[in-house]
Write a protein that binds this ligand. Structure first.
Ligand SMILES: C[S@@+](CC[C@H](N)C(=O)[O-])C[C@H]1O[C@@H](n2cnc3c(N)ncnc32)[C@H](O)[C@@H]1O
Length: 266
């Protein structure tokens, strides 16, 4: 059934056979039109080695900015099911404009039958969502904490996060791009993400904009470039620990900070 609400994101097919959404509010696709599943696997799970950690039995908390379709949650389930993991993973996410359950029902993950079987799980999450914090046990090995609200307008968000001592070792920074959603690419946002992370946390984003990298540097993240997904030249990977970036091409954070402070990015 198609959605007739004009503000509701529209379902679009991407080139790997999986669907994404197009937001008329932000005038942007949720994923690379060349492949939603392929892009998410590359940027958030393979480049960062989050896939490897999910398959291990280490304690793990993930934080995502922009729950969107829920694809990253479903990909976590996929990596966990291929593992011998016994310790649950916590997946924390924040979403200002949740989609309707019906839109979730119209999603498809192409040829990946396990992912497709999770569509009703996603629909159920969106169906029961309330403003503020929502918690769900997706299965015994994956707990979801999904905050319905704007990340930057929720000053107690990091306090709550820190209070439960469940710091994130992976940050999946996935809001829309800085040109259409500048509020989520500021030093303040990256400082908040820094506060809720472990000392060796990794932050990944598809975005390669110098202004975004400079905002991360101002917030004290070490920053590096990595190969982008599906024909995109670059993405960005950052960490609190320089050691975690040894296999990537590091950027000059001091130069980025200087440029930011000089006002090079408006
Ligand atoms: C690129 S999409 C996320 C894609 C998602 N991770 C997925 O796999 O489907 C960006 C998401 O960020 C959300 N968003 C935009 N601004 C936000 C804000 N200020 N606070 C929280 N969420 C926001 C949008 O509503 C959208 O769902």
């Amino acid at each position: 059934m198609m959605n007739s609400d004009k503000t509701e994101p529209a379902v679009k097919l991407t080139k790997d056979g999986s669907t994404t959404l197009f937001s008329s509010l932000f005038n942007q696709y949720y994923h690379n039109p060349n492949g939603a599943v392929a892009e998410s696997r590359h940027v958030f799970f393979e480049t960062t080695n989050l896939a490897g950690l999910l398959r291990s039995d280490k304690p793990l908390t993930i934080f995502e900015t922009g729950f969107g379709t829920g694809l990253n949650l479903v990909l976590c389930l996929d990596y966990i099911r291929q593992s011998l993991r016994k310790i649950p993973v916590t997946f924390k996410s924040v979403e200002a404009y949740p989609i309707k359950a019906q839109t979730a029902r119209d999603l498809s993950f192409g040829s990946e039958s396990f992912l497709n079987k999770q569509v009703p799980v996603l629909a159920e999450i969106f169906d029961g969502l309330k403003p503020g914090m929502n918690q769900a046990g997706i299965n015994p090995l994956l707990k979801l904490e999904l905050f319905w609200g704007k990340f930057e307008d929720t000053p107690d968000f990091s306090e709550n996060h820190i209070a439960d001592k469940n710091l994130a070792s992976f940050i999946l920074h996935d809001p829309f791009s800085p040109d259409v959603n500048p509020g989520l690419w500021t030093p303040d946002v990256f400082k908040q993400l820094y506060q809720i992370s472990t000392s060796d946390a990794i932050l990944a984003t598809y975005c390669a904009a110098t202004s975004a990298r400079a905002a991360m540097a101002v917030a004290n993240w070490n920053v590096a470039r990595a190969r982008g997904a599906l024909g995109k030249r670059e993405m960005t990977i950052a960490s609190k620990s320089a050691e975690k970036l040894l296999t990537f091409k590091r950027l000059n954070e001091n130069r980025l900070k200087e440029r930011f402070e000089k006002g090079d990015f408006g």
